[in-house]
Design a protein around this ligand. Structure first.
Ligand code: OAD
Ligand code: ZN
Length: 246
C-alpha cells in the first residue's frame, strides 16, 4: 500500500524535508482554508493593502482573529506533528517547512529556527512599521478600551498578527532557508496542502528538480499530484500515525 511504500522511503532516506499545510492541523480542531467549511469558504481574505489603508479592515481582521482565539489556544499537536517531531529527534528531519501559522510544529518539539514559517505566526502580533512585537492580550485590551484596532506605541503604525497576508512580502530568511532545505533533501513530503498558493507551492518542484523523491499526502487530489513519485490520498493522522512512536 501507499503507507507501506512511504515507510520504506522514510527508512531509506537520509534527509527528509516535510512541507506542511493546514490539513495537518484539522485534527487539532483548526479549520483549513479550501475544504468545505474552510476559512476562505466563509470569509473573503483581507489583502495586506486593505489592512494598511483602512481602519475598518483592521478592525474586521482583529475581530476574526479574536473569534478564533479559543480554537488556537486549545489546539495541541496532532499525530502528523508528533510523527514529524519523532523523525526530527531520530535525526532524519533537519527542519520542517510550514505554511501554517498555528505554532503547532514548535509546540511538538521543533525549535524556533527548525520550524520554517513561510506565512508567519498568529500567536503574537507585530507593528507593520517598526516590527515591535506585541502579545495578543495587549491588542485585545486596547481594542476593547478604544473600540478599534490599536497602532504601535513606538511609531503609530498598525499592529497586525505576525502572519503574511495576500499582497504582503514573503519573509526573506525563511524563503532562503526553505530553498536550501528543499535543494539538499533526498525525500520531500508535502503534507495537507492544496499546493495552490505561491511562492510556497514552488518548493515541492524545487526539491524534485534537485533530485529528491517527492511524496504528497492529502485527502483530496492536489495541483501537483502528477509530479509526485508517490501520492497518498488518505487522512494524515492515519498515514503518519505509525511514525509517532513513544
Ligand atoms: P488548503 O485549505 O488550501 O488545503 C488543505 C488541504 O488539506 C486540502 O486539500 C484538504 O483536502 C487537506 N486535508 C484537510 N484535512 C486533512 C486530513 N486530516 N488529512 C488529509 N488531508 C487533509 O490549505 P493550505 O494548502 O495550507 O496562506 O493553504 C495554503 C495557504 O492558503 C495558507 O497558508 C494560507 C491560505 O491562504 C495565506 O493566508 C497567505
Ligand atoms: Zn511600530
Amino acid at each position: 500500500s501507499g503507507v507501506e511504500r512511504l515507510g520504506d522511503m522514510i527508512a531509506r532516506a537520509k534527509t527528509i524535508v516535510p512541507f506542511t499545510g493546514a490539513g495537518i492541523s484539522t485534527e487539532c480542531g483548526i479549520p483549513d482554508f479550501r475544504s468545505p467549511g474552510g476559512i476562505w469558504t466563509r470569509n473573503r481574505p483581507i489583502q495586506f493593502e486593505e489592512f494598511v489603508a483602512s481602519q475598518e479592515a483592521r478592525d474586521e481582521s482583529w475581530r476574526r482573529r479574536f473569534a478564533m482565539e479559543e480554537v488556537f489556544a486549545a489546539a495541541r499537536p496532532g499525530r502528523g506533528h508528533r510523527a514529524l517531531a519523532a523523525l526530527h529527534r531520530a535525526g532524519k528531519i533537519p527542519a520542517v517547512i510550514t505554511q501554517n501559522i498555528d505554532n503547532l510544529h514548535q509546540a511538538s518539539g521543533f525549535a524556533a529556527d527548525r520550524g520554517i514559517e513561510l506565512h508567519g505566526n498568529t500567536t503574537y502580533a507585530r507593528c507593520i512599521g517598526c516590527g515591535q512585537v506585541y502579545q495578543l492580550d495587549w491588542v485585545k485590551r486596547r481594542f476593547e478600551a478604544d473600540g478599534a484596532a490599536p497602532n504601535c506605541t513606538e511609531c503609530d503604525e498598525p499592529v497586525k498578527t505576525a502572519t503574511i497576508s495576500f499582497g504582503q512580502a514573503m519573509p526573506e530568511d525563511e524563503m532562503q532557508r526553505a530553498t536550501e532545505l528543499s535543494q539538499a533533501c533526498d525525500l520531500f513530503i508535502a503534507i495537507g496542502s492544496s499546493l495552490v498558493v505561491w511562492p510556497a507551492a514552488g518548493f515541492p518542484m524545487m526539491a524534485k528538480n534537485s533530485g529528491a523523491r517527492l511524496v504528497i499526502i492529502n485527502r483530496e487530489p492536489t495541483e501537483q499530484d502528477e509530479i509526485a513519485d508517490l501520492v497518498i490520498h488518505h487522512d494524515i493522522g492515519e498515514a503518519l500515525g505509525p511514525f509517532v512512536g513513544n
